[in-house]
Design a protein around this ligand. Structure first.
Ligand SMILES: [Zn+2]
Length: 106
């Protein structure tokens, strides 16, 4: 499958991404408490919606990253969920959390 050096690099990248996203989420949760003037409710609502959408995609990514980490531990990392083939290394370098090979990714 993949060589150890590659897997180690991927694990490091994944852990760093998880850390970064968790910090981002924490920051956003702090900010969402601030503000409350009635003048710009509409604006605030918009920002809130945006944050919500952002938070959703972040949470999704976080879950994918954690799943990838688990796969690394179980030695199942880099296997396409559809064809069970090997996911391209170049693709994994770009998306360490990739679940599908280039052929089966949307
Ligand atoms: Zn595939």
């Amino acid at each position: 499958m993949f060589n150890d050096q590659f897997l180690k690099t991927q694990e490091k990248k994944i852990r760093e991404s998880i850390e970064r996203i968790e910090k981002d989420i924490e920051k956003r949760e702090k900010y969402s408490d601030i503000g409350g003037s009635s003048d710009d409710n509409a604006l605030e609502f918009e920002a809130f919606e945006e944050n919500l959408a952002l938070g959703k995609s972040e949470n999704k990514k976080l879950q994918e990253l954690k799943a990838a980490l688990k796969k690394l531990e179980n030695k199942e990392y880099g296997i396409c969920a559809k064809c069970k083939g090997k996911i391209e290394e170049a693709r994994l370098k770009l998306y360490p959390e990739a679940v599908y090979c280039a052929t089966h990714a949307k």
